[in-house]
Design a protein around this ligand. Sequence first.
Ligand code: HEM
Length: 437
Amino acid sequence: MTIAAPGRGPALGLVAPFFLAAPAGLLAAGLILAFSNGDTLLAINAPRTVAATHAAVIGWLTTAIFGAIYQLGPAVLGGRLISTRLARIHFAVHAAAVPTFVWAIWRWDVVLMSVAGVGLVASFVLFLINAVPAVGSPWRGTLPSRYLAASLGFVALAAGFGITWVGALEHLWFPVTMGRLAGHAHLGLLGWLGLTVMGVAYQLVPMFNVVQRKYPVAGGHILAFTSSAIVAGALILMTDPGPWVRVTVAVAMTAGPALWGVEMLRLMLARSRRTLDVQGRATFVALGFLAVAIVLGMLAAVGEPVSPGGEPARILLAYGITGISGWAGVMLIGNSYKILPFLVWYHRYRQFAGIRPVPVVADIYSEGVARATLAIHSAATAVAAAGALLGELDILRTGGVLLAGGAALHLASLAHIVLAPHAPTPRPVGPGEVATR
Ligand code: HEM
């Protein structure tokens, strides 16, 4: 398994802007949470909550995934981009549409929401034109390739329902009920973000942690079962069913991610690389958050009888925070400190290797800063989720401030990786080697 030839992928200048812009979405989500008001704990569809959610899922996670797919598709999965120019236009459209959409939701300005929502749909269409041939078929190919192809179908569905709900809010075609909200949310969260995280992990977890003695055994079945559960579950949720149907849907939807978690744990425990770096640590932390999110999701499906304070919004909010920021977000942060330094090394230094001293990949990022970012982000996520569960606005706001602080550090460290010159670390000259430094 290999991260393969980035040379087959697009230039660093195309991929890096997506990775650098992404933490700004997390920064915005953290700041919005820091300004939570009483409504945040009373209704999951309060404007500030929906604004923070979309800043996180579209501004942060989706933006980084766009960059990762543009890179991994051609370089690792054997696909191709139709046009790198289109990908640059896509970045500009996305960068304009996301902040406008988040602002429109914050203000609950449904007309502006419609305009920006159309911009978002345009962004997803531009992305899919390049991503579909880059990723390959959901039926054939490697596990990561099939997961990513399926996730592209789900992002199209999520965006389609999303813009329809915006239309419903503006023109009052029908009410956007809690069930309809949940259907759209799970197509996006589990179908798009979840399957992407799971598929990319099948590629990167064994590779970065050097797993040679164990192989995934159930990846294909997990994909088939989870995809069917999301399609059926989202449609059923949109009919606003009673608690027992919701619990059945929740069991079906969480079975796949839970089994994937067991697979990842098996792989991690069989790794040859004993010392965990930031990516290995992030994998364990993310698995912990996934377990918590699954429990909270089940409780949220039961609803009021098991909700702290009789307020279902609190458990739903904690579920969203642990799933989005804890599971998907932590995995993304861990992987970003591997993918981006490798790309910088490949595009900037590889051609000089053997000619003059060049940095190795480990010289291009600071493991200490990466671990600090991971620690702050994980603590922030736990604090915010605890604040939601306890119904304590001040704790939730503190979590928001910490999330924003972690995002700022993440952004600064990624910018340093891409923009700063990197010096090779002196190492002892081996017998027969020429001292070049
Ligand atoms: C074109 C893209 C999208 C549009 C126009 C859109 C629009 C919307 C709208 C109108 C709502 C319901 C607002 C309400 O009545 O309360 C909503 C909720 C939600 N959406 Fe999206 N959405 C889009 C994409 C996505 C994606 C890709 C994801 C996930 C990755 C996502 C996740 C969610 C979640 C989790 C909620 C529930 C938020 C909450 O209650 O706090 N959306 N979206």
